[in-house]
Design a protein around this ligand. Structure first.
Ligand SMILES: C[S@@+](CC[C@H](N)C(=O)[O-])C[C@H]1O[C@@H](n2cnc3c(N)ncnc32)[C@H](O)[C@@H]1O
Length: 240
């Protein structure tokens, strides 16, 4: 964005008297015993600027970053927070397999889509989906402690996620998107059920190395739309 910047020079007395009347902030550029040089982004009536500059202002995304002051975090409005209370369930976002899912979700999930998160742990992916604008989000896990933590975290984020103690073979509906961060030995058993649970996009993570990825894609029998990797971990998305 471009702005016109007006630079003025006044005696200190004239400047401070102007400032008291002006009622808004100005940018003081330099100050001496007999002058104050200052700038503002509008012309002043009755005063001739010493300089008029065209300045480029960086977009807010380039300058406004999250700020942490002790326990307070101030976030720019365009960032989407996911608050997690770590208990015993998996899913703080520190593990690459979780982060790869978070990346793929941002590439594939569309506003209003229904989502099934299989093996939700803390609920991190389900909560992220809701934050990204998903419609109905159901999160399942076989561990009762994880279901409890998922419920708590969803509440903490003031988001509605249905957190259920369940496994893929017991789910009877289809969802627009399925996300599952599990392990190859679990996928070996669950993949036939998981494949029946999504109608648009499936995101699968928790595979370590090329060997596991190869075996998984063979079991899946679908061509990945995207494969992502980090620190040896692999995740993929398939589109139907
Ligand atoms: C690696 S953690 C993923 C947690 C979280 N979704 C994340 O991405 O950080 C896998 C979770 O799947 C759950 N799980 C294992 N086998 C499962 C199954 N057959 N059906 C549903 N959940 C399962 C575990 O209890 C665990 O909470």
């Amino acid at each position: 964005m471009h702005y016109t910047k007006y630079v003025y020079k006044l005696t200190p007395e004239a400047f401070y008297s102007f400032l008291a009347d002006y009622g808004k902030g100005v940018e003081v550029l330099s100050e001496g015993e007999s002058w104050v040089e200052f700038a503002l982004y509008e012309p002043l009536e009755g005063l001739t600027p010493v300089q008029v500059l065209e300045v480029q202002v960086l977009p807010p995304e380039r300058v406004f970053r999250p700020i942490k002051v002790k326990e307070l975090v101030v976030l720019p409005h365009w960032l989407k927070p996911v608050v997690i209370r770590q208990g015993v369930a998996f899913g703080t976002g520190l593990h690459p397999s979780t982060r790869l899912c978070l990346e793929l979700l941002q590439e594939f999930l569309q506003e209003g889509w229904s989502v099934l998160d299989v093996g939700t742990g803390t609920g991190i992916l389900a909560i992220a989906c809701k934050r990204l604008g998903a419609g109905r989000v159901v999160a399942i896990d076989t561990d009762p402690q994880a279901v409890q933590e998922c419920r708590h975290n969803a509440q903490e984020n003031c988001l509605q996620v249905e957190c259920l103690l369940s496994r893929p073979e017991l789910v009877e509906e289809k969802f627009d998107l399925l996300v599952a961060n599990l392990e190859l030995n679990i996928f070996r058993e669950e993949l036939p059920f998981l494949k029946r649970l999504f109608r648009k996009v499936g995101i699968f993570s928790g595979l370590y190395g090329e060997g596991e990825l190869k075996e998984f894609t063979k079991l899946l029998g679908l061509k990945p739309a995207k494969i992502r990797g980090s620190q040896g971990w692999r995740a993929l998305a398939v589109s139907l």
